[in-house]
Design a protein around this ligand. Structure first.
Ligand code: PA5
Length: 432
């Protein structure tokens, strides 16, 4: 078995000026590594894995052990980069039906939407059970997690008392600034710092991701070690990943249900990093073979604006053999005795060949198996490829000015103090 994730661009290169592309990619990589590009005050993630020390890991593990010892549920509250990394890794590593099985604590996620019924149902679930909260916000002022935290903090204090709440609420936020920092200081919560120079979507290897992942019972040391491997020795893979053939949409496809949220994390990483100045490849994702029965038609035959990257997993963790059946009424005896993943692999290869034939260039990323180490490699690999790709495109990959537009309107409509002028303007607009 290979001991690293690999990028295979066999079906991606046709018709491309690979040499020109490589020199642009190398120049962008140099800009990133020398810290001479736009947004260079947000490059803390670049050497983050190798800078994580024993003390930091121990502090996170200790805090996780506290939450695990007293809580049946731990609610991780956050949105965007303060949510997706932890959710992606925990989902990738968990038993698919962990929610219905014993063993815990269960990590729940809130604050990534403003769904009233979602919050109600979660409150209903944790009512009468011991629960803890990890509240994560770099700015400390984001509305969605702010609302969720206010609700669950209030509930926890009423249900278990102030002392329990104080012991089992952990805040992950900026070292100095923001409402959450002030509140945590005031209430005496344990806190972890999100470094100034690491942006939200690049923060999964900080306590933002590591604490919830440790609470879920996974090995954060192996995750970090995998990322260190890629930090030290992943350049070729990063460059291989940048063959995009001038397409407008990149679809990240997986054939393994546990990778669904890895794709959600990846979409945020690329969408928020590259979608600027009316530029940027639109990142989309599909879960195969499920989506071959929905989006498969479009990918095979629709407008030829897409490029596909397949996340291919070498070994599953368990084996299930397809049984033989004497009557063979379903006609499946031809695959009897094979394991399910063998069939899945044939579906994967068949799909890639069909899509290439249909005019969709294809890049393959192979992951030996889904474990902490290879996820660490994958995370760092995508982060670095994203930084390089953003610079190739000529944008600042580390800001997200467009995210403010909806907030401005929402605050105006909610009549948030300080937004009076915008409220008046939006009312006028809605009249017409
Ligand atoms: O990548 C980003 O910077 C964003 O997606 C943020 O993570 C997201 O907006 C949440 O911000 P905060 O952690 O300040 O609440």
């Amino acid at each position: 078995m290979n001991d690293k994730i690999q990028v295979i661009s066999k079906f991606a290169l046709e018709g491309l000026n690979a040499q020109a592309l490589e020199s642009t990619a190398l120049a962008a990589k140099q800009t990133l590594e020398s810290g001479s590009g736009a947004g260079n005050d947000f490059l803390g993630w670049l050497h983050l894995p190798s800078s994580i020390d024993e003390q930091q890991l121990q502090d996170i593990e200790k805090s996780a052990a506290q939450l695990r010892s007293e809580c049946e549920y731990v609610i991780s509250i956050g949105i965007g980069g303060s949510y997706l990394g932890a959710k992606a890794v925990i989902d990738a590593l968990s038993d698919h039906f962990a929610a219905y099985k014993s063993g815990g604590p269960k990590v729940l996620f809130a604050g990534s939407n403003i769904g009233e019924d979602y919050l109600y149902d979660m409150m209903d679930l944790v009512r009468g059970h011991k629960f803890g909260i990890i509240v994560i916000s770099k700015s400390g002022t984001t509305t969605e997690p702010g609302i969720a935290f206010r609700i669950f903090k209030d509930m926890l204090e009423k249900q278990e008392g102030k002392a329990f709440a104080q012991r089992n609420i952990v805040a992950v936020t900026d070292a100095r600034r923001g409402a959450l920092r002030n509140l945590a200081t005031q209430e005496g919560y344990a806190t972890f710092v999100i470094p100034d120079d690491v942006g939200g979507r690049f923060s999964v290897l900080t306590p933002v991701g590591l604490l919830p992942i440790a609470v879920a019972g996974f090995d954060i040391r192996a995750l970090v070690a995998g990322a260190v491997e890629m930090e030290k020795d992943g350049d070729e893979q990063v460059l291989n990943a940048l063959y995009q053939d001038g397409k407008k949409i990149e679809i990240l496809a997986n054939f393994t249900p546990r990778l669904h949220f890895i794709a959600e994390w990846w979409k945020q990483l690329y969408g928020e990093s590259e979608g600027k100045q009316h530029k940027g490849i639109f990142p989309a994702s599909v879960d195969f073979t499920t989506d071959l029965h929905s989006m498969g038609q479009w990918i095979q035959d629709g407008e030829r604006t897409i490029f596909e990257t397949v996340l291919s997993v070498g070994d599953q963790q368990h084996e299930v053999i397809i049984p033989s059946d004497e009557a063979d009424l379903d006609g499946l005896n031809y695959i009897a005795g094979k394991n399910v993943d063998y069939v899945n692999k044939m579906a994967e290869l068949g799909t890639r060949l069909a899509h290439v034939d249909g005019g969709v260039p294809n890049l393959l990323i192979t992951i030996p198996t889904v474990n902490e180490r290879y996820l660490g490699q994958l995370i760092y690999f995508f982060e670095k490829a994203c930084g390089v790709s953003g610079y190739m495109l000529g944008v600042n990959p580390f800001d997200q000015p467009g995210v403010e537009a909806y907030k401005k309107n929402m605050f105006a409509l909610l009549e948030k103090p300080g937004h009076e002028e915008a409220t008046a303007a939006i009312r006028e607009k809605l009249k017409n």
